[in-house]
Design a binder for this molecule. Sequence first.
Ligand SMILES: C[S@@+](CC[C@H](N)C(=O)[O-])C[C@H]1O[C@@H](n2cnc3c(N)ncnc32)[C@H](O)[C@@H]1O
Length: 253
Amino acid sequence: MMGYIDSLIAARRAGHVSDHIHLGLFADPSLTLDQAQEAMAAHHLAALDLHDGQSVVDVGCGFGGSLRRIDAQIAAHLTGVNIDPRQIALAREGLWRNPVAWKTCDAAAFSDTRIGWADRILSLEAMFHFPDPEAFFAACAKALRPGGRLVVSTILFADGLDRSAIAVANGFAPWPMPEMILEDPIGMAMAAGFKVQDIQDLAPLCLPGFDWMCPSPPPSLTDHPVIELCRLFQSGAASYPMLVFQAGGNTQK
Ligand SMILES: C[S@@+](CC[C@H](N)C(=O)[O-])C[C@H]1O[C@@H](n2cnc3c(N)ncnc32)[C@H](O)[C@@H]1O
């Protein structure tokens, strides 16, 4: 499971990749992948609306790249959540200015029974892995204080499960709900009490990143998940929604 992370952990230890595990955002196509990954994190953090004194959670925090930016930006209480203890071990290395709580658990379990303790929750390009996104949204709704904010991005397949999408979902397993469409996370979030503030499809701005990651897709299908993901992004058959939600203000939710 998550075989792509195994090689990335080795590459991170060797200093070959950044502390971000995502496609990057190329507002300017001349950016390097590392610069675009910083830009992607910055774009999510701008949507989070961060302020000193907040309690900020990153669910599916990878190697901690986004949390590092937050740590440099504000005085805050940080929480990094990941199912994978190896990534948590990497993320926590080095100096942190702010206190950071590290939780090795599923995305739906980060808050336990606590209610109304977090101000901001981020989940950047991770939800496609979650076995129970509905429970994830419910946990976020419980964890957030009234007025709190949740920023979630993920990858969705637009045209159902063709062979490319199946290659991607298998190659980046676990991908338990490959048939998910945009209405699903929005419905789950609203059922948990969130209001939708913004929806952006970042897929077109991810495209230049594939030049850094794989050869361009040949006419016939491959079994290479990154090449097939590139094919889906190029044809518009995959999307990369970034969803911004406002907590409803009912702490009983
Ligand atoms: C594509 S990476 C994104 C990492 C990070 N958000 C970033 O931007 O660098 C997906 C992350 O989701 C984590 N993940 C996968 N399944 C999870 C689960 N059930 N609960 C929490 N995190 C999970 C993976 O370990 C990985 O760190």
